[in-house]
Design a binder for this molecule. Structure first.
Ligand code: SAH
Ligand code: SF4
Ligand code: F3S
Length: 475
């Protein structure tokens, strides 16, 4: 399993496996198989879907070959993401053709974007279910079993799935996602998310807190609060109550247990508040890491993107974060080759990167999405080879910067939460610092997954730190 990098949009699939004991497995006579693509929100949704299906008597299964129900929870963010799903469907053809009664469902953002059209284009598909329609899955399955094509892509202004206890898929038993809001009210001109996920709405505070408490009781040590724009979290208990802000929510979750690490994603630069920064700095268990996507360093392009901030505003936010929390990890998303981007605009992006000194960046070239503001208003006029050349320059600069960021940690000692065996060796642990940097170190006696240890960093690459444990594990 790829480590869950919070904001990274996965183009490859992740299979949803639940670890059940044999007795539990035998309890199910029918099975579902689910693959998730895209962002963390989709992975969190798959856990809600698993919960809904298990209530209907479907057990989770790790291979599509033995499932009655094959589900792909899809992403539409770039054209490549959709192409990946279409290729995957071709591969699933043999599973469907070899057994009768197998249903294939397309869920998530691609289902929402393409709706019935998906049924016409992909003969294999029996169900198309949008992100707000998962509660109707049992009815849709029944309809599909009767030979009807089943579609529900209604978006909701209220649905948060707040009352559904997610079944943790692919869990390491240490860290888990908690969805705190859905949808997005921003209209970044390049982005399909407002169309696939609908209007923004916040989940109620009590259900978020109870999910976090349950995770703590089950031995989890880290939660990541998820939303497309977490800083606009806004929940009001009743007509007379004062609204709960994201900063207050963060504090409430942090207070559940000092041993629970709290992370969040994603912040929009225009919305992250001083109150959030102060709350982060006040609670040691709120991780000192902020994902603050900039998208471009050119004011002209930022305006065309409808990001509603300037590079100066953005840089002042970065400066303020570092003032309040000098060691805070900062990461970003960057798009190269947006409509009308010139070499001069591109240089502005590289220059902003030099000033921001990102620890981590997710970088993409622009992919025009049907129906978005940019598609309707602007011409996608930067040739693909040029988009890719600019992207490569951005990636090359980032590689230098991430190595520099890692080198700063050599000889320092950080608290690390052990997440499991390192990918390369069972003799090593891997875990992360509060700043979200991956650390690999040799196992010592008496340590296990979920422990906090102090690690002195001895060496690094641009992606990982290596170190040795100092002292006993932290009780
Ligand atoms: N809500 C988050 C972003 C979610 S999408 C935010 O506002 O930051 C994750 C990233 O995908 C975006 O930050 C952007 O960098 C990238 N992205 C979105 N639409 C894209 C497109 N049409 N082409 C290329 N990259 C895109
Ligand atoms: Fe897309 Fe912008 Fe919303 Fe992020 S804030 S999901 S980039 S519209
Ligand atoms: Fe993709 Fe939908 Fe997330 S488009 S990035 S899965 S919100």
């Amino acid at each position: 399993m790829k480590t869950a990098t919070l904001e990274h949009v996965h183009d490859e699939a992740r299979q949803g496996e639940v670890f059940l004991i044999d007795q539990e497995k035998q309890a199910f006579s029918k099975h579902f198989y689910i693959e998730s693509y895209g962002c963390a929100m989709n992975f969190a949704d798959s856990e809600v879907i698993a919960s809904l299906l298990m209530k209907e008597g479907y057990g989770p299964i790790a291979q599509p070959e033995n499932a009655q129900l094959i589900l792909l929870n899809t992403c539409s963010i770039r054209d490549k993401a959709e192409q990946t799903i279409r290729k995957r469907l071709m591969h699933l053809r043999h599973v469907k053709n070899h057994r009768s009664g197998v249903l294939i469902g397309i869920l998530g953002c691609m289902a929402e974007r393409l709706k019935e059209q998906l049924l016409e284009e992909e003969q294999l598909v029996d169900m198309v279910v949008g992100p707000d329609a998962y509660r109707t899955l049992p009815d849709l399955i029944s309809a599909a079993q009767e030979g009807n094509k089943a579609v529900n892509v209604l978006l909701s202004r209220e649905e948060t799935y707040g009352d559904i206890a997610p079944i943790r898929l692919n869990s390491n038993g240490v860290s888990a996602f908690i969805s705190i809001m859905r949808g997005c009210n921003n209209m970044c001109s390049f982005c399909v998310v407002p169309f696939t996920r609908g209007r923004e709405r916040s989940r109620d505070l009590p259900s978020i807190l109870s999910e976090a408490r349950q995770l703590v009781d089950a031995g989890y040590k880290e939660v990541t609060l998820l939303g497309q724009n977490v800083d606009s979290y806004h929940w009001v208990e009743g007509p007379t109550a004062t609204p709960i802000t994201f900063a207050q929510l963060l504090a409430e979750v942090a207070l559940i247990s000092p041993k629970l690490r709290v992370r969040f994603s994603t912040s929009h630069p225009k919305d992250i508040t001083e109150e959030v920064l102060q709350t982060m700095s006040r609670y040691p268990n709120i991780c000192k890491y902020i994902h603050l996507p900039v998208q471009s360093g050119s004011n002209r392009i930022l305006q065309l993107m409808n990001r509603t901030y300037t590079r100066e505003w953005y840089l002042s936010k970065i400066a303020r974060i570092r003032e309040v929390m000098p060691d805070c990890g900062i990461s970003t998303d960057i798009i190269s080759g947006f409509c009308s981007e010139t070499e001069e605009d591109h240089q502005q992006t590289l220059d902003l990167m030099l000033q921001s000194r990102y620890d981590l960046a997710y970088m993409y070239f622009y992919s025009e999405r049907p129906g978005t503001l940019a598609e309707r208003r602007y011409e996608d006029d930067v040739p693909e080879p040029e988009k890719k050349r600019r992207l490569q320059e951005i990636i090359d600069l980032h590689r230098i910067q991430s190595l520099e960021s890692m080198q700063k940690d050599v000889n320092r000692t950080w608290e690390v939460l052990i997440e499991g065996n390192s990918k390369k060796s069972d003799a090593e642990w891997q875990g992360r610092t509060t700043h979200n940097k991956m650390v690999i170190f040799a196992k010592t006696p008496n340590t296990q997954k979920g422990d906090y240890v102090q690690i002195q960093i001895t060496e690094c690459t641009s992606g990982t730190l290596k170190g040795i444990q100092v002292g006993e594990k932290i009780a």
